[in-house]
Design a protein around this ligand. Structure first.
Ligand code: TXA
Ligand code: MG
Length: 310
């Protein structure tokens, strides 16, 4: 694929390029070059204290960057390549630019499944730092057109390989704690260990007390995924002036999934928010979404989208 070769050349030249993953489109740059990583922050307009996820081709490459214990290796073996990000201690000799970790002694790392991102990792030969390819605080991109609209004129290349299959960002795990809900649910990752991101667990290493405080959710407390108009959640009927995004029995102006399928709904979520944002309506309303499985990730993103902005 010619676009991959061109993208790899840009990466090696220290530029950033947008590339699809199985979750959302990422804005990738060489994680070993601070100047390249600075280009990501500049293009997104992202606060520099928010650390980035590093993408590598396989577990062996990940083990050269981060320190794995048995529990982390078991998760990696089971779920990589795939939408799982592990937060682990960073190796002193990892060679990762300190801008990537924003000065933390841990690193967020994952092995993506998508063919385009895998091809770019192979062709560039570099670990790739890649946040979602949208302007900071904006709605995450699940299509190349979303990236082009959000970052127009700020990046040299978008690799277009269609809509991303999962539609919400990877599940982030530290120890046995889910820091960010995603396509892999609590039940899938830690079967039989209770519910919710903060579920207590006796098995597996837990982050040392206090350590999770500043680290657990950098970038998770702000208003994220913010459309340009107010968002109301759990709406079951037509609301004057609002663009209603339906689910299941609530049909709305469009629906995330008429049949009530949560996986289909996640894949459609950001695309629907982009369309609702671009519509003539003055507000966005969203039908109730069950909190089960990937529904927890959908509701997490919706709550951030609805977060009141000052
Ligand atoms: O699916 C995804 O994960 C996408 C695709 C492109 O791979 N990437 C993504 O990256 O969502 P980004 O930069 O938008 O989100 C990174 C998240 C942030 O919430 C950040 O705070 C957290 O990862 N993070 C990064 N390093 C961390 C660390 N050392 N400890 C805790 N959280 C960390
Ligand atoms: Mg993002």
């Amino acid at each position: 694929m010619a676009a991959i070769a061109e993208a790899a050349a840009l990466i090696r030249a220290g530029e950033c390029v947008a590339v699809p993953t199985e979750t959302v489109y990422g804005l990738a740059a060489d994680a070993t070059e601070s100047r390249a990583v600075a280009g990501i922050y500049a293009a997104k307009g992202r606060p520099s204290f928010n650390p980035l996820i590093v993408h590598v081709p396989d577990l062996a490459a990940a083990e050269r960057i981060a320190v794995f214990d048995d529990a982390a290796r078991a998760l990696a073996t089971r779920f990589w390549p795939g939408p799982l990000t592990l937060v682990l201690p960073v190796r002193a000799d990892a060679g990762i630019a300190s801008l990537v970790t924003a000065g933390l002694d841990t690193i967020a790392i994952r092995v993506p499944r998508h063919r385009a991102m895998q091809a770019l990792l192979e062709a560039s030969g570099k670990p790739l730092a890649a946040p979602s390819a949208n302007a900071s605080g904006g709605i995450s991109p699940t299509r190349a057109a979303h990236v082009a609209k959000s970052l127009a004129g700020r990046i040299p290349l978008v690799i277009d390989d269609g809509a991303t299959p999962a539609g919400v960002e990877s599940t982030i795990v530290m120890g046995s704690t889910i820091l960010r809900p995603g396509p892999l649910s609590q039940e899938a990752l830690f079967p039989g260990e209770g519910r919710g991101p903060a579920a207590e667990s006796e098995s597996g290493p837990r982050p040392s007390p206090g350590k999770g405080e500043g680290v657990a959710a950098p970038g998770q407390l702000d208003s994220h995924y913010a459309p340009s108009k107010p968002v109301r959640l759990n709406v079951t009927g037509v609301t004057a002036g609002a663009y209603l995004i339906g689910f299941g029995a609530v049909s709305g102006d469009e629906t995330l999934s008429a049949g009530g399928d949560l996986t289909e709904a996640a894949a459609n979520l950001f695309d629907a928010l982009h369309r609702a944002d671009a519509s003539a309506a003055s507000a966005i309303a969203v039908a109730p979404i069950p909190e089960t499985g990937i529904g927890a990730a959908i509701n997490d993103r919706l709550r951030r989208a609805a977060f009141p902005r000052g």
